[in-house]
Design a protein around this ligand. Structure first.
Ligand SMILES: *Cc1c(COP(=O)(O)O)cnc(C)c1O
Length: 421
């Protein structure tokens, strides 16, 4: 559920008309709903009630400071994957003991930064990383809390670019080798092994792959405890999918997910961490764009928007579907026709949807891409020297720009000219 609904024939973000925001900031832009962000965070928090737990928002999904502060004030921890994300989390007021550091290629400098600034745990992904972490911690005279990310070799049944739990993926250590690697970690004085980490992929629409992976984690917990490790924390990753296409069957809800976690892992008495990103931010955002032209081609028509692949790359990158709706509510049962919805960038990949059934639209009309709050703004670029589009946050009847559109001068002046020119 989100808070983007039609009211009297016009699309609203909470209690603000989307057209009013467009008039104030210009198109294209992203708009996020505070109520939706908080609702999704609380759904997860409540789904794990009864177990000692922490919901660590995977901030790579949307790392705007306003989004982070909204969630941090509600009690969220953060899952970070870089020094930049770590510093963003800190800047949003998240204490180190609520930040977990994931990622397959943490540098020594990133590790040092987090050890000095405070960290809940590192999710270690390889033996060489373990060696660097141990050495860095000892050089600082501290002990680094770690989990080891295991690769359970399960098929997440999602898009290949966001599947991470098969043995061919670069992530984690093979679960078959886990006991050996844990033994190695236990021998390193700079490390404190606190638990196990697993993350099998993103946009999962079925609980079965999670359940398979978590059964393996349960078995591994018992085995590691038998080996003498004090396994007390399980980080179960993120990955629960969202309904991008309204007409499709809805993916499982956080409550179903929470019940499954209790069923498969509850008996172990571990503290549970989860790292949802997409499910918290995805449906909390729209990308709003204006129709520039309606162009008739041979056998097909094109809706040319002022938004493009540089603003929202998911369709080009993951063949992703976004529901695209007019900001003025179309008549129920009114006329619809197939049309290709594209941006102005000079690439055929700059296509948001092919032969999408849409009501009649004309130049100047506004459309909204639904479910654009996660992996939207954060993956945008200035390709074609198109300025990064602004981000706006809504709370009840208020809205505020939370990242302004840069001016062209700002863009140009970011480059520096070498002395020989
Ligand atoms: C990307 C990622 C997440 C978040 O995944 P979502 O599908 O957005 O929930 C969580 N943990 C790790 C380690 C990740 O890489």
């Amino acid at each position: 559920m989100d808070h983007f609904l039609y009211r009297d024939g016009a699309l609203f973000a909470e209690d603000v008309a989307v057209a009013e925001i467009a008039a104030a900031v210009g198109t294209p832009f992203y708009v996020y709903s505070t109520a939706t962000l908080l609702r999704h965070f609380r759904l997860f928090d409540e789904a794990l009630a009864g177990m000692d737990h922490l919901v660590c928002y995977a901030m790579k999904a949307n790392s705007n400071q306003a989004v982070l502060q909204t969630l941090a004030q509600a009690g969220a921890g953060m899952d970070v994957v870089s020094a930049g994300e770590y510093l963003r989390a800190k800047a949003a007021g998240v204490p180190g003991e609520r930040i977990v550091f994931s990622g397959v290629g943490k540098t020594a400098a990133e590790i040092r930064l987090a050890l000095e600034g405070g960290i809940r745990q590192f999710n270690v992904e390889s033996e060489p990383e373990m060696v660097v972490l141990d050495a860095t911690a000892r050089s600082l005279g501290v002990v680094a809390p770690i989990t080891i990310r295991v690769n359970p070799d399960v098929d997440a049944k999602t898009h290949a670019k966001i599947a991470t739990g098969k043995s061919e993926n670069k992530f984690g250590i093979p679960i078959a080798r886990a006991r050996e690697v844990y033994r190695m970690a236990a021998g390193m004085p700079g490390l404190d092994v606190v638990g196990i980490d697993v993350h099998i992929g993103s946009q999962l629409t079925d609980l079965a792959p999670f359940e398979q992976a978590y059964h393996k984690v349960a078995e591994l917990t018992e085995a590691l405890r038998a080996d003498g490790h004090n396994i007390r924390r399980l980080d179960l990753g993120g990955g629960l999918g969202i309904p991008y296409e309204r007409s499709n069957a809805a993916p499982p809800l956080p409550t179903d997910y929470g019940a499954m976690v209790k069923r498969t892992l509850g008996h172990l008495g571990c503290e549970i961490e989860i790292e949802p990103g997409r499910l918290i931010a995805g449906n909390a955002g729209l990308m709003v764009s204006e129709v520039i032209y309606v162009k008739s081609g041979e056998g097909r028509d094109f809706l040319i928007l002022d938004g493009a692949m540089n603003d929202l790359i998911r369709p080009a990158m993951y063949d992703a579907w976004h529901d695209i709706v007019p900001v003025i509510e179309p008549e129920a049962g009114g006329e619809q026709a197939p049309i290709d919805i594209v941006g102005p960038v000079c690439e055929s990949g700059d296509t948001f949807a092919k032969q999408r059934m849409m009501p009649p639209l004309v130049a100047g009309d506004l459309v909204a891409f639904r479910s654009a709050g996660a992996y939207g703004a954060v993956m945008s670029s200035e390709y074609n020297s198109r300025a990064l589009i602004p981000e706006v946050m809504v709370k009840d009847d208020q809205f505020a720009v939370i990242r302004p559109r840069p001016t062209f001068d700002e863009m140009i002046n970011r480059d520096t000219i070498p002395p020989w020119l």
